[in-house]
Every structure is written in structure tokens, then in C-alpha cells.
Ligand binder design. Structure first.
Ligand SMILES: [Zn+2]
Length: 235
């Protein structure tokens, strides 16, 4: 009798129970192959390396909890390396950005080796996002843009204060916190490293620092580049 569950949802439930919610967020089971090897998909390169190290103990835990699975081993798909570039909408230091991208890319290839499947993630709706996309294209890398949802308010928006929305020339309005929410959403998508463009303006530097603390809690390291006149390094 073949008791191996092939329903992804069933596999998913068993996986969550054995590895816990935290790991299950970053590493998801895909299928059991004919050789009873469990294929998993990792959201980041760091986690796929982690899974190579944890493959044996996790296999042992799965088989202890569900002997009928009889998992022979774990195969983690090589996730593309994800670099997230965060910064203010206005970043006039173009030369500094290019030099930082070159430096980060040099370090990343030292750490992980050269991979053309690597992805740069960036905010689409701003000037530095466009510069990152152009740089990535010339470097032979993929760029992935994300646009803020300016129309929709977030759960933290003051519902009783429509004034926090900004009016456009055509009298429609947009939510001024949409760009900030997008940073969190991109961090939630997973990244192996962040290039953080720290602006000179103290208020937006503070907001970026809060995003970096959020990323740090998700164990994503950040490389900070400070604009001339920016507040000194926080940590
Ligand atoms: Zn809002």
C-alpha cells in the first residue's frame, strides 16, 4: 500500500508540524519523488544552504513523527539569490548607488559564487528603482520591480482622518504610507541581503531604520550606504 501523501496540502500540514511555522514560512514542501526524496522550495539562497545542513535531522524528525512517509532525504531547490534595495523616493547620489551596487555584488559573489539567476528586487515607483533595474540589466542580472498600492489604505491608517491621504491634481487621493508598507511587503517576500540607501532627511532615515530592524528580526543582513550628511550608523 502506498501511504505517501501526494496532496500538497497534506504534505504541507505534516511539514509544518515537524519543522514549525517559522521554518515552514521560508521552506515549503513541494513533492515526494519516486525515490521518496522530499523536494522543498526555499524562499532565499540562505535557507537553501541551511536546508542542506539540516536535511538529515529534519528527515529524521519527519520519519519519527510519520514513519509511513519513509522520507529518504530532502532536496532543496536552489533559490535565486534575492537582493533588496531599499531607500527614499528621492536619492540624487547616482554615482554612490552604482558604486554600492558594484561593491555589494562583489561581496555577494565572494559569499555565494556567481549566479546569473540572481534577482534584484526594488521599488518600482521611484528613481533609484529605475537606476537599479538599468544597472542589473547591464550586469546580466534579473530585476524585479514592485509598485506601491497608492489607492488602498493599510490597517494602521487612521480611518477617522481622511486628511492623511494626499490629493492629486485630478482630485483623486492616495495614501502617503503606501511606499512604507511596500518595504515591509518586499521584506516579507524574503531576501538574502538588503542594500539600504540611508537618506540625509532624519525623518525618512528613522523610517528606514525601523524597516531595517524589521528585516533584522527576519535575519536578513543589511549593507547601509549613507548619503552625505545622513545621520550616523544606528548600530
Ligand atoms: Zn492610508
Amino acid at each position: 500500500m502506498n501511504q505517501i501523501p501526494q496532496e500538497p496540502s497534506e504534505l504541507d500540514v505534516w511539514w509544518r508540524e515537524v519543522v514549525g511555522e517559522d521554518v515552514a514560512y521560508w521552506v515549503q514542501p513541494v513533492r515526494l519523488d519516486a525515490g521518496r526524496r522530499l523536494h522543498v522550495r526555499c524562499l532565499t539562497r540562505a535557507w537553501s544552504i541551511q536546508m542542506q545542513l539540516l536535511g538529515r535531522p529534519v528527515t529524521a524528525r519527519l520519519n519519527a513523527a510519520y514513519p509511513e512517509l519513509a522520507v529518504a532525504g530532502i532536496v532543496s531547490a536552489a533559490a535565486p539569490l534575492r537582493l533588496l534595495v531599499l531607500g527614499p523616493a528621492h536619492w540624487p547620489h547616482h554615482g554612490l548607488l552604482t558604486a554600492s551596487l558594484e561593491a555589494v555584488w562583489h561581496d555577494v559573489t565572494q559569499l555565494y559564487g556567481t549566479m546569473t539567476s540572481s534577482v534584484f528586487v526594488h521599488a518600482l515607483d521611484c528613481a533609484f528603482g529605475a537606476q537599479v533595474a538599468v544597472w542589473a540589466r547591464f550586469a546580466g542580472l534579473n530585476a524585479e520591480g514592485h509598485a506601491p498600492d497608492w489607492d488602498t489604505c493599510g490597517p494602521d491608517c487612521p480611518a477617522d482622518d481622511p486628511e492623511h491621504r494626499v490629493q492629486r491634481a485630478d482630485r483623486t487621493t492616495f495614501c502617503r504610507t503606501a511606499g512604507r508598507r511596500l518595504n515591509r511587503q518586499m521584506i516579507n517576500l524574503g531576501a538574502d541581503m538588503i542594500l539600504a540607501l540611508v537618506p540625509a532627511d532624519p525623518a525618512s532615515a528613522r523610517r528606514l531604520a525601523a524597516d531595517l530592524r524589521y528585516a533584522h528580526a527576519a535575519q536578513i543582513p543589511a549593507w547601509e550606504v549613507h548619503a552625505p550628511g545622513a545621520p550616523p550608523r544606528s548600530s
